[in-house]
Ligand binder design. Structure first.
Ligand code: IMP
Length: 434
């Protein structure tokens, strides 16, 4: 088995969980390389639905080692809670490895995330308020606290003292929030540290040794290309490198070790939080009327488009081919896994955005300036649908209705990477492998 990166290609929630779950058991190691518990997907284990936020999907398989890489930010309370819930349902976390270099989310990171969103008002990013951005800020500013720092109380106290000397005045004077003492944070975090110590590892060495021994690694991306700090719709992004390039950065494995990059692409588009979304079909509460509102509501209800982490209703819209082409380039996609094709069985015709238009000019690629993306209008082609046909039983491409085949072929040709998997219903086996 080769080494594979799985990456979201839109604004997240493409159904990465199902595809990861489908293939994770084939790998020796499954590694999360960025993000934190802002991510979330559900897996079904012995008939019980379990939400994974921080834990790599490999935890569900006895012979797979789940690894939390150096690029991840860890909220210890969230991690320990997730591990406890998994163990209660009979999923063992004993194989877990946590990078000694991963950064730790502190209580003040969560406070600052919420307070900053409030300050931004109508310009807010719509973060998950899990403290992700402020933790990565401290990492980049070289003021962060890492997993290894928690293991030595003296070092932990010194680093916290330095951090609080800066954070407390910000919490108090800028946001009017409560401040922290070193003692109260140490008291809360040390019990978590004792648990995490059992799993802490030099994961870069571990993974490179594994590669030398011919083992296989699945790099499990969280969030998605358009939420990538460098390549997404900045500033309406998360604070990490979600794209395939992040897999090397967030694990310490060289890029040449990666054999395959699979992009997870939903057959339509969704996004949570603020920011540009050219093909959005706005809900009535966001100003949508008539057909636009109807399409938006239908995609949301049929696709169950509500966040696993926050429960928020996701904004919905047609497939954006411009973004698909961009995701193929930015990630070097070798394959696409097309998800939720069945949701489109509700429509007479289906639109695909092939370019944007702004002030009379056509854009076949992402415009250089985001203000153009914000105000541009999508140019659509309209393809015939397969309304009313239940495709959930199809297991080969040829079994799909002709118009569904044409839709898939169109997306494949337009985006420029092979669609090698098609998901036709939520269950694991409801997948066509081409
Ligand atoms: P943060 O990652 O909490 O800082 O949020 C930044 C942006 O990324 C917001 O628009 C969030 O809604 C979005 N975001 C973060 N995690 C996910 C995810 O797992 N799926 C979809 N959007 C996400």
């Amino acid at each position: 088995m080769s080494n594979v990166v799985l990456v979201g290609t839109q604004w997240g929630d493409e159904g990465k969980g199902k595809i990861t779950d489908l293939i994770a058991g084939d790998f020796d190691y499954v590694v999360r390389y960025q993000g934190g518990n802002n991510a979330g997907h559900t897996v079904v284990h012995n008939g019980v639905s379990l939400a994974l936020h921080l834990m790599p999907s490999g935890v569900m398989y006895e012979n797979t080692v789940p690894v939390i890489g150096n690029g991840v930010v860890i909220d210890p309370a969230a991690l320990v809670k997730e591990m406890t819930l998994l163990e209660q349902e009979g999923v063992s976390c004993k194989n877990l490895k946590i990078s000694c270099n991963a950064h730790v989310i502190m209580p003040y990171h969560k406070d600052l995330d919420g307070a900053d969103e409030k300050r931004l008002g109508k310009n807010s990013i719509g973060t998950t308020k899990r403290g992700i951005g402020p933790c990565y800020q401290d990492k980049a500013a070289r003021k962060g606290i890492r997993v290894q720092d928690l293991m030595d109380e003296k070092i932990f106290r010194l680093k916290l003292e330095a951090a609080l000397a800066q954070k407390n005045p910000i919490l108090d004077k800028i946001y009017g929030l409560h401040t922290y003492t070193v003692d109260e944070i140490v008291e809360e975090y040390l019990p978590y540290a004792r648990i995490m110590q059992r799993y802490m590892a030099e994961t870069t060495q571990l993974l490179n040794d594994a590669l030398r021994a011919g083992k296989s690694i699945l790099f499990e991306g969280a969030q998605a290309t358009m939420l990538d700090i460098d390549h997404g719709t900045y500033p309406y992004v998360t604070s990490s490198s979600c794209g395939a390039g992040g897999a090397a950065i967030g694990t310490g494995v060289g890029p040449m070790a990666i054999d395959k990059v699979i992009g997870i692409m939903k057959a339509y588009t969704t996004r949570v939080g603020g920011g540009p979304f050219p093909t959005e079909q706005r809900f009535p509460e966001n100003g949508g009327t008539g057909e636009e509102a109807e399409v938006g509501e239908l995609l949301c209800s049929v696709g169950h488009e509500y966040g696993v982490t926050t429960g928020r209703k996701r904004r919905c819209g047609w497939f954006d081919g411009v973004i698909a082409k961009y995701a193929v380039d930015v990630n070097g996609l070798t394959d696409i896994a097309l998800t939720k094709l069945d949701v489109l069985s509700e429509f007479d015709t289906i639109k695909v955005c092939v370019a944007y238009e702004y002030e009379g000019k056509r854009y076949d690629y992402l415009p250089m300036q985001q203000s153009v993306l914000f105000h541009s209008q999508p140019i659509y082609v309209e393809l015939p649908g397969w309304k009313g046909v239940d495709i959930s039983g199809c297991r080969t491409f040829e079994e799909l209705p002709e118009n569904a085949q044409k839709y898939v072929n169109y997306l494949e040709e337009f985006s420029g990477a092979r669609i090698s998997m098609i998901s036709v219903a939520p269950e694991r086996d409801c997948t066509i492998i081409r």
